[in-house]
Design a protein around this ligand. Sequence first.
Ligand code: URA
Length: 262
Amino acid sequence: MAEQTPDTFRLNRFLAHAGIGSRRVCDDLIQRGGIKVNGELEKNPAIQINPEIDQVMFQGKLVKLQKNVFYYLLNKPRGVITSTTDPFGRKTVIDLIESRERIYPVGRLDYDTTGALLLTNDGDLAYQLTHPKFEIPKQYIALVKGHPNEEKLRELESGIKIENEFVAKGEINAFKIQGNNTEVTLTLREGRKREVKKIFRTMGHPVIRLHRFHFAHILVDDLKLGQWRLLRDEEIQHLKSLMVKLSVHTESQSHRDEKEES
Ligand code: URA
């Protein structure tokens, strides 16, 4: 372990800088025995780490300090594709953001869907945020054709079989009739391709308009369609601590599952 010098960090600060979570989350992780330093379990959050010399491991992976990572939030307008390039020359979400870094979208929204889209060059976070096992909540407002009754809408809570593909599950948060149509607010956690449209097509009420209101509780309501901003520090911290909580939860769940199976 390193002597304290201008190049060293306390272990808890080092982990927080590396994006593992807030200082408090990192203290918890250290105390629960989740961190190894140079091959040994380390429970002292105050020991000094020299990032050039010491090897810090979390969940079997080497922890590295992050440099130049950027997180953007875009209120995606219609008529723009969620991709970094388009062979047909259509406008992409990357064209809308003035970024000098090579950023890419976290998940996708359809060409005609509007709303919250994150973009980043932080590959680990992007991977985790889109992995179905983490069940990141996303809230949508869908204008659908006709008037699905409440009983039908509530079927989503126990699961709706989609075209022999998968079972979609979610929560209906609210619905209100708008003339011949209905506006439904719902939360989904898995993030499959065209999931909302498939759900309502299966119900017999195709989607007319779709907007994603939040992604992991990061709201776009302060942005006009087409506008973007950098995520605020507390939003970045929220995403990172969410990932830490969820990975601890999914790890202990898989230990429990393994135990039950054996
Ligand atoms: N579900 C859809 O059907 N489309 C989207 O763009 C997002 C979720």
